[in-house]
Design a protein around this ligand. Structure first.
Ligand code: PLP
Length: 400
């Protein structure tokens, strides 16, 4: 008998994320393909952070760390949230994981029963969908509208809640569309949740420091303190400090939730890598000017890319309020036919055509629950971005 491979039913239709798959396809094409698919700063991790990690390793930070994080990193996280978000936390409120992504996984695994619902407004970061599915939950996805700045409205939230709702996932500044909520926007959502004590809020703040035009960042636990005993604030060092490869993120929330998440973590990773925790503590405790330096770079690229895309016939691209993605409306390209006779029936077809013809890898909006768009990550060198815009412009101009 042959015992072929069979994936667990739990895995359902979940594969490797579409974003990673597009990146891999582009790499395989080789040559001069410009890949603006993944959300990863091209900047190096600042020197003082690298040096702190090297010194920690030399000093013996090479063993298992405590399950929910080292004392030094937890202290740095508590100080960060007091400084930036006016949150009053203790070590029992914190769990450090291998990236914000793993922290979210822990939270969903620790709380969802089969059939429980999670509200994930669209456009959303693709991983939320698969993470909820892996944990046995069901996604309910109200569509946010461009007219509302791609923000969830209190009415849409109220309509999405059922007795089975366990979580609302909020992500601002948003990947993919850069939407930002003011404190009063959040208060209005919190007012709806007051009547539904079964609903907790997972606030994914990973892009907190990448926010433009002097806008002030707001997060739910700060804007609605009455709700704080059912809010999990998720954050990390990946995007703000250019530390994606170190794999450090954390969750801050009520101690019973943190304990349940720790139970999941204790049987998966046993906790985040010790040297990386030293690096993250150095990032949070060290000079914060690096945040402004990185922001200035992203802001310059934001203007370059959105102005360039918006000037192309058939593409409309407002400048995002935060994060480092241009989320372009390509409604004007859909339905056109290429010189080789391919009909650009939807955003996936447009992305495919741009990859084949213009040698640019972008992610179709459908991957984020928002067809009719393309997402371009501008966390890449200015010169690369200029070339990308030029190629897209030339390809579109060449459409018959
Ligand atoms: N949340 C959002 C919205 C993201 O875009 C990303 C990364 O792409 C993450 C979380 C994951 O960050 P980390 O590197 O901390 O796992």
């Amino acid at each position: 008998a042959s015992y072929g491979f069979r994936a667990a039913r739990r895995l359902g239709g979940i594969g490797v994320s579409e974003i990673l798959a597009i990146g891999a396809r582009a790499q395989a094409m080789g040559g001069d393909v410009i890949v603006l698919a993944a959300g990863e700063p091209d900047l190096p991790t600042p020197a003082h952070i690298r040096e702190a990690a090297a010194a920690a390793v030399e000093a013996g930070a090479t063993r298992y760390a405590p399950l929910t994080g080292t004392a030094a990193l937890k202290a740095a996280i508590i100080a960060k949230h007091a400084r930036d978000n006016r949150l009053d936390l203790t070590p029992a409120n914190i769990i450090v994981g291998s990236g914000a992504k793993q922290v979210i996984h822990n939270a969903l695994m620790a709380t969802l029963d089969e059939g429980d619902e999670v509200i994930v407004p669209a456009p959303f970061w693709t991983s939320y969908l698969d993470q909820v599915a892996l944990a046995g939950g069901r996604v309910v996805s109200p569509r946010m509208r461009a007219e509302d700045g791609f923000r969830l409205t209190p009415e849409a939230l109220a309509a999405a809640i059922t007795p089975k709702t366990r979580w609302l996932i909020l992500n601002a500044p948003s990947n993919p569309c850069g939407a930002v909520y003011s404190a009063s926007d959040l208060k209005a959502l919190a007012a709806v949740l007051c009547d539904h004590p079964q609903v907790w809020v997972l606030s994914d703040d990973i892009y907190e420091h990448i926010i433009y035009d002097g806008r002030r960042f707001a997060t739910m636990a700060e804007a609605a303190p009455d709700l704080a005993d059912r809010v999990l604030t998720v954050n990390g060092v990946s995007k703000a400090y250019a530390m994606t490869g170190w794999r450090i993120g954390w969750g801050a929330g009520p101690a019973p939730l943190i304990q349940a998440m720790a139970a999941v973590q204790s049987q998966s990773t046993s906790g985040a890598a010790t040297p990386s925790q030293a690096a993250a503590a150095a990032a949070l405790d060290g000079p914060q000017e690096v945040l402004a330096d990185h922001l200035a770079v992203f802001d310059r690229r934001r203007r370059l890319v959105t102005a360039g895309l918006d000037a192309i016939d058939g593409i409309s691209c407002p400048a995002p309020d935060g994060a480092f993605y241009a989320f372009a409306d390509i409604g004007g390209l859909i339905g056109r036919t290429t010189r080789s006779g391919t009909r650009l029936g939807d955003d996936r077809a447009v992305a495919r055509w741009l990859l084949d013809e213009a040698r640019i890898a972008l992610v179709p909006g459908a991957a984020f629950g928002s067809p009719g768009h393309l997402r371009l990550s501008f966390a890449a060198a200015d010169e690369v971005l200029r070339q990308a815009i030029e190629r897209i412009g030339a390809a579109v101009a060449d459409l018959p």
